[in-house]
Design a protein around this ligand. Structure first.
Ligand code: SF4
Ligand code: SF4
Length: 136
């Protein structure tokens, strides 16, 4: 089986922007996964918190901008409190959300989507956080 060579790319424009907005150093992460182990919102995520920062390290921002994960994060700071490297993933999630909102010019959460989100056991914190993003 051949191995794919993975080359970190933190020089990409989007990755630099995420670092600037969040003021987090994505290279501090050592991929221990403690953030994911403590996250209360992973059942609504298609990319896990430690994978979010890994994709950022690899410069694969597009995958994150199109993910459910950034909208499922409840900004509860559990990940930040557990991280041995003082990385605050909630700030990175917020930076990614801002990037989507700025690029697309609209917010993600629509009122008509809420019943479906509740069926998926979305944590109440997630709904409240989502409402902060809601505009008519
Ligand atoms: S807990 Fe911190 S160091 Fe560990 S994977 Fe998460 S962000 Fe990286
Ligand atoms: S801030 Fe977001 S990613 Fe971090 S533990 Fe809370 S819900 Fe999970």
């Amino acid at each position: 089986m051949s191995r794919e060579k993975i080359t970190p790319d933190i020089t990409q424009k989007e990755t630099v922007k995420i670092s600037e907005i969040s003021e987090e150093n994505i290279l501090d992460c050592l991929q221990c996964s403690k953030c994911t182990a403590g996250c209360p919102a992973i059942h609504g995520m298609d990319i896990l918190p430690h994978q979010v920062i890994r994709l950022l390290q690899l410069g694969q921002v597009d995958k994150l901008l199109n993910s459910e994960t950034i909208w499922s994060c409840a900004s509860c700071f559990t990940c930040a409190s557990r991280c041995p490297r003082d990385v605050d993933i909630s700030k990175l999630m917020e930076a990614l959300r801002l990037m989507v909102i700025r690029v697309k010019g609209s917010n993600k959460l629509k009122v008509e989507k809420i019943p479906k989100l509740l069926q998926k056991n979305m944590p109440q914190q997630g709904i409240v956080s989502g409402f902060r993003k809601y505009v008519k």
